[in-house]
Write a protein of this length. Structure first.
Length: 231
């Protein structure tokens, strides 16, 4: 046998080992989880949008974030696949306005083209429904890779996802001279017949705010108005 033969066998063995390692890694990669998104971005304050609404010193604008590129970028999911749509809401106080406006998530509704009214959804419910599955850990144990490591990555990613959804979401906010502008996301669950699609052509967000005046004896007053989506 030529002298070269004994040397080629180990190379082939190393090649087979390398191929096996790559195949194993490829099988395990889906088991690990990570959450990587961008913060909310707006091109300006509420008053800078042509379609915004101005009521008694308060500017309000709403932006549809349900496009796949947008939901993947901000929430790491195409949320309409789960029948959720995220709507970005921007509020801004007039420069010389001294009154305060209280805005709560439960006082917002999405009104569809056919008149269907959708209530805002708790962001924790959305986060839990779209979270990473712990079934990923099973593959870690199956391929003799430490399952606890995979399980830890899933738990960590889900915690990051939940915290980010909460941080970006609007819950309850008071716009006043102390905080003159604010933006946050409100999640709405689409009806099944919508097939994960939001038609914003004639849809709008119904906004209800409580206006607290600055005059002596002036009580809070409820203001209700529709805000159509920016284009």
């Amino acid at each position: 046998m030529p002298p070269s033969c004994p040397r080629t066998a180990p190379k082939r063995q190393r090649s087979r080992n390398a191929n096996f390692a790559l195949a194993l890694a490829g099988a395990l990669l889906p088991g690990c989880a990570s959450y990587d998104v961008r913060p909310l971005f707006s091109s300006g304050a509420a008053s800078s949008y042509i379609e915004h609404v101005h009521r008694e010193g308060l500017h309000v604008a709403v932006i549809d974030l349900s496009a796949e590129r947008s939901t993947e970028k901000h929430f790491a999911r195409h949320l309409p696949d789960y029948e959720y749509v995220p709507v970005q809401l921007l509020v801004e106080l007039d420069a010389h306005e001294e009154a305060a406006f209280d805005l709560r998530r439960e006082n917002l509704s999405l009104v569809l083209q056919d008149g269907t009214r959708l209530a805002a959804v708790d962001p924790l419910d959305v986060a839990h429904e779209v979270s990473f599955s712990h079934w990923r850990s099973f593959f870690g144990f199956l391929f003799l890779i430490p399952g606890p490591f995979v399980a830890s990555s899933v738990s960590s990613a889900n915690e990051q996802l939940e915290n980010d959804y909460l941080e970006k979401s609007l819950r309850s906010v008071r716009v006043s001279h102390n905080m003159r502008a604010y933006q946050g996301v409100v999640f709405f669950r689409l009806p099944e017949e919508a097939n994960g699609q939001l038609d914003t052509e004639d849809a709008f967000v119904e906004v209800v705010v409580q206006r607290e005046g600055v005059g002596a004896g002036e009580l809070g007053r409820r203001i209700e108005f529709p805000v159509h989506f920016t284009r």
